[in-house]
Write a protein that binds this ligand. Structure first.
Ligand code: DLL
Length: 433
C-alpha cells in the first residue's frame, strides 16, 4: 500500500493545487517587490508590477533569474528577509565561478525537511527504518536535507556523511540500515566494494536507496538495484531552491513528483526563453512560492528534462519531471554534435560495463578529440589482446550508433578510474583549460 507523508497535499485535486499556487505566487511576488530591490529592478525593467500577477497564468510575465544574477547579487542581494531572521546557509561546491550561498529561515528549513520526508516515505520509509545518510554534510545540502527528512519520518538516522567506505559498510551491517541516501555513483561504488567483500544482495539489510545530486541512467538504476538488492529511487533538487527534495520518485519509479505546493515548474526553450507545452524537452525553470529567505522567482536551472501531468499509479497528483539527461552546461559540443555523458553511460551499462568511465575532450590542430576511457569489469579483464580489441571495437560501434560521432575508446584495467564519494567527475574538457 502506498504511504504518504502529507497525503492531503501530495494527493490534492489539481484545482486545489493550482489555486494554492496562484495565491502563493501573488503573495510571493508582492513580498519580493517590497523586500528585494534587485528583483524589483528586474521587474521594473520588464514593466511588470505585483498588480499584474494574479495567478499562475501570469507567471510568464515575470523576468527570469539566472546563476549570473546570483553572482551579481552575492552574497546578500537576493535576501527576502532581514538577516536576523535567517538561521542557516548552505552552499554549492562552486566548481565554476563564485559559490551560490542560499539562506534559510526556520520556516524554510521546515518546508525543505518536509519535502525530504515526503521522498523518504515515498521510498517506503517509516519510523521502523534505519536511514543511513551518506551524502556529504556541511555546506552541501545533501546530508543536512535528508538528515532532517529522516528525523521528521522518525527513522533512526545514521549520519555517516560521505567517504570512509568500509566504515559505511560496517554501519549498514551492524545497525541493519534499511535505507541508504547518497549519490548514485557512490551507491555503485559501495556495491562494488560489498561484492569484493563477498556480500551478495541477500546479505545486505538495505531495502531502498534515495539517490540523486547528479544525472544517472535507468541502466545504472538496474545495476545498483541488482547489486544491493534494493529499490533505487531518484531524488532531485538544487541549493538555490533549498536542496534535495524539490522532486522525488514514488513506487512507480517513473518520473519525479515536483512538490508543487512549494515550487512551480516550467519548461522553456533555453535559446528563445519561450515557455514550451507539456511534454516538450527543455530547460527546467522554478519559482519558489513560499520560501522566505531566498525567494527564487523563475530561476533557470539549466537542467534539461520534460514534465508530465499524466495520472500516476501512486495516487500523488503533483506534476512529474523526467530524469534530467544532464545540464545544458554539462552538454559537450564535440565536432558540432551535442553529447551528454548520460548517453555514454547508457551504452556502457547496456554493454555489460559498470559506470566507471571518463570522457576527455581536447582540441588538436583545430579539431576536437574525443576519448572515452572505460574500465573493464573484473570478469572481462584478460591479458588476451585480441579479446580486448574485440570488446573495444564493439563498444566503439555502439557509441557511434548512439552519438553519431566516433570516440576513441580506451579500455583500462579494473579500479583504474578514481571513485567519487560525492558527485562523480565524468568529463575533462581540456578545451576550456
Ligand atoms: O545536488 C542537491 C541534492 C542533494 C539533490 C542530494 C539530490 C540529492 P546542488 O549541489 O546545488 O544541489 O546541485 C544541483 O545537481 O541543478 C542538477 O544539475 C543536479 N542534480 C541534482 N539532483 C539530480 C538528479 C544538489 N536526481 C544540480 N538527477 C541540479 C540529475 C541532478 N541531476
Amino acid at each position: 500500500m502506498e504511504r504518504y507523508y502529507q497525503p492531503e497535499i501530495e494527493c490534492a485535486p489539481r484545482e486545489e493545487i493550482v489555486k494554492l499556487q496562484s495565491e502563493r505566487l501573488a503573495k510571493q511576488v508582492r513580498r519580493v517587490w517590497e523586500n528585494v530591490p534587485y528583483y524589483r529592478r528586474k521587474m521594473e525593467e520588464k514593466g511588470v508590477s505585483p498588480d499584474d500577477i494574479r495567478g499562475i497564468e501570469d507567471l510568464h510575465k515575470l523576468p527570469f533569474l539566472s546563476k549570473a544574477d546570483l553572482r551579481e547579487a552575492y552574497p546578500y542581494g537576493l535576501l527576502g528577509k532581514p538577516l536576523k531572521d535567517c538561521v542557516r546557509i548552505q552552499s554549492t561546491s562552486g566548481t565554476t565561478g563564485k559559490r551560490v550561498v542560499a539562506f534559510y529561515t526556520q520556516h524554510d528549513i521546515d518546508l525543505w525537511e518536509d519535502c525530504c520526508a515526503r521522498a523518504i516515505v515515498a521510498a517506503g520509509g517509516t519510523d521502523e527504518d534505519v536511514c543511513q545518510v551518506s551524502y556529504g554534510y556541511g555546506l552541501f545540502t545533501g546530508g543536512p536535507g535528508l538528515n532532517g527528512g529522516s528525523h521528521k519520518v522518525g527513522c533512526l538516522t545514521v549520519p555517516t556523511s560521505s567517504g570512509n567506505t568500509d566504515r559505511q559498510i560496517m554501519f549498514i551491517q551492524d545497525l541493519s540500515a534499511t535505507i541508504l541516501c547518497c549519490t548514485p555513483s557512490y551507491a555503485a561504488y559501495l556495491g562494488e566494494r560489498m561484492k569484493e567483500m563477498g556480500l551478495g544482495p541477500d546479505e545486505i539489510p538495505l531495502k531502498a536507496g534515495i539517490f540523486g545530486a547528479e544525472a544517472w541512467s535507468e541502466e545504472m538504476r538496474q545495476d545498483i538495484q541488482n547489486t544491493l538488492g534494493i529499490r533505487a529511487y531518484d531524488i532531485y533538487g538544487l541549493t538555490e531552491l533549498s536542496g534535495p527534495g524539490v522532486a522525488f520518485e514514488c513506487s512507480a519509479q517513473h518520473g519525479m513528483h515536483i512538490n508543487e505546493d512549494h515550487f512551480i515548474a516550467e519548461i522553456i526553450d533555453p535559446d528563445t526563453e519561450e515557455v514550451l507545452p507539456e511534454g516538450s524537452v527543455g530547460e527546467l525553470v522554478f519559482t519558489a512560492i513560499d520560501k522566505e529567505a531566498f525567494p527564487m522567482i523563475r530561476y533557470r536551472t539549466r537542467d534539461i528534462c520534460s514534465l508530465t501531468r499524466e495520472k500516476c499509479s501512486c495516487g500523488r497528483t503533483h506534476v512529474r519531471m523526467s530524469k534530467p539527461m544532464g545540464r545544458s552546461d554539462d552538454m559537450l559540443i564535440i565536432r558540432g554534435v551535442n553529447v551528454f555523458p548520460s548517453q555514454i553511460e547508457t551504452v556502457l551499462l547496456n554493454q555489460g560495463y559498470a559506470a566507471n568511465y571518463q570522457i576527455i575532450v581536447d582540441r588538436v590542430n583545430n579539431t576536437d578529440t574525443f576519448d572515452v576511457q572505460v574500465e573493464l569489469t573484473p570478469e572481462m579483464f584478460t591479458d588476451n589482446v585480441g579479446e580486448i580489441q574485440t570488446h573495444q571495437k564493439k563498444l566503439e560501434a555502439a557509441l557511434i550508433s548512439m552519438l553519431g560521432i566516433r570516440p576513441k575508446v580506451t579500455l583500462v584495467a579494473p579500479k583504474t578510474i578514481a571513485r567519487s564519494e560525492g558527485k562523480a567527475v565524468r568529463v575533462i574538457d581540456r578545451r576550456k583549460i
